[in-house]
Design a protein around this ligand. Structure first.
Ligand code: EPZ
Length: 416
């Protein structure tokens, strides 16, 4: 099994490039179920999760492959409707095929995603919303089995903001009869990217990027080409790396406009971010860090997907930072590993209190999930001496050539 060996303590200098967004690409790929034809989707990151979604779509009659950096999908409507356990267990985002399958093929059998390292993560809100649109759904032997006539528009009131739930309903509603209004919708930029793609396919959607989205259902959609937004989480992770180690890095393709919560927190922590005329971000830090509290929230709040990386830099900040995790109940798995590197962190009831220490010392640590592994990599870059990060397959799910990018800006990191 691959692991990363990181010799910490080196500031970072040079140019780094942000890849396309994983969490925008996945729903956009699922949306190709809504219409037959050929799609050229550019800026899709080359990642494990993308290949898992590709494999699932292949089983549903959509051929797909990369050609250079463009992902090409050909929906030949094979008519399949099964998302089996062997694929869903690899990636929970497989649930994204439920909405489009029902809307277009009027049936779906999708394995129920189980819990995962960060929490229980139910999909009850997806199911209830699709039922409100006319689907008949039962859960049998670990599978969601659903069928419908043409879905009908409805008023959906999500009691919790759900990203993939909003995306599933957005896709289902695009082909439903009549108007759907999603209240308490997720406003994440990846939702707007999906809405932008659906509009190119012919959908009528307004309000994306806010908490109320309105969709006028259309009879038919058609294949379209699209370019996926850059990954704000990868950009934020690279920013944390520079804040934590110190240095000067030019960050290319970062979606700065949708990163205020992260850049504000990192500015307080000691990272200067300046946007050059060419849109390139000039990141600069002396390596001295200040503590600042954060609280994770749905967009535009501080993203839960940046919590572990931010915690990593707070471990060496002057003072104490209080980090509240409000989205997932179990997203502090990285804490025990950071403590093995000398961090002083106390966790109680979804809150972590991080008291800055003078030094982190390298250690062998174990990644538990995608973002936790990114946090551990950052801590290892900040530590004196060498760390060994095990189970890096988590990192490979979501970060394209991460160690290569870090090596490109001077990090001493290798995969063995
Ligand atoms: C998306 O997951 C992302 N995944 C996650 O990134 C991200 O951490 C999360 O949103 C929060 O921003 C993708 O976009 C593919 P939610 P999602 O539904 O949609 C509760 C990654 O690997 N809830 O917004 O699954 C849920 O338990 C991942 O990149 C219900 O109770 O998250 C959670 O507490 C890690 N019932 C809260 O809502 C439901 O039916 C928000 O979850 C659905 C959700």
């Amino acid at each position: 099994m691959d692991k990363l060996i990181i010799k910490g303590g080196k500031p970072l200098f040079g140019d780094a490039y942000v890849s396309g967004s994983k969490n925008a690409s996945l729903p956009i790929m699922a949306a190709t179920l809504l219409a037959e034809g050929v799609y050229n989707i550019s800026n899709v990151p080359v990642l494990k999760d993308i290949f898992t979604m590709g494999e699932l779509l292949e089983r549903l009659g959509i051929e797909n492959s990369f050609s250079g950096d463009t992902f090409i999908l050909n929906n030949m409507d094979g008519g399949g409707a099964d998302a089996p356990y062997d694929l869903v267990k690899k990636m929970r985002a497989s649930i994204l095929v439920l909405g489009p399958l029902l809307a277009k093929r009027r049936k779906a059998k999708v394995s129920l995603p189980g819990g995962c390292a960060i929490g229980e993560r139910p999909v009850d809100l997806h199911i209830a919303a699709l039922e409100k649109m006319g689907a008949e759904i039962t859960v049998n032997h670990g599978y969601i089995e659903a069928s419908c006539g043409r879905l009908t528009g409805a008023e959906i009131n999500f009691k919790t903001v759900t990203v993939t739930g909003t995306e599933n309903i957005l896709m289902a509603a695009a082909l439903a009869k009549g108007r759907t209004v999603i209240n308490n919708a997720a406003a994440e930029p990846e939702i707007s990217d999906l809405a932008g793609f659906l509009r190119k396919m012919g959908a009528e959607i307004t309000g994306d990027g806010t908490s109320v989205i309105t969709i006028e259902g259309t009879d038919e959609l058609s294949a379209a080409d699209y370019s996926v937004m850059p990954d704000r989480i990868e950009a934020g992770t690279l920013m944390c790396a520079v804040a934590g180690t110190g240095g000067d890095v030019r960050l290319h393709n970062a979606p700065l406009k949708c990163m205020s919560a992260v850049t504000d927190a990192l500015f307080t922590a000691g990272l200067a971010v300046k946007e050059g005329e060419d849109g390139v971000l000039e990141l600069s830090s002396g390596g001295e860090l200040n503590s600042a509290d954060i609280s994770t929230k749905p967009y535009p709040g501080f993203p839960t997907d940046m919590q572990a990386q931010y915690m990593a830099i707070m471990t060496k900040a002057n003072g104490t930072a209080v980090i509240d995790e409000n989205i997932f109940e179990n997203r502090f798995m990285h804490v025990a590993e950071l403590k093995r590197m000398g961090a002083d962190i106390a966790v109680k009831d979804g809150q972590a209190v991080v008291r800055g220490v003078k030094e982190l010392s390298g250690a062998p640590v174990m990644a538990s999930d995608l973002m936790a592994s990114a946090g551990l990599v950052i801590a290892a870059l900040m530590a004196t001496n060498t760390s060994e990060i095990n189970r890096v397959y988590h990192l490979d799910r979501g970060y394209q050539e991460f160690e290569k990018k870090l090596r490109g800006i001077g990090a001493d990191i290798k995969r063995v």
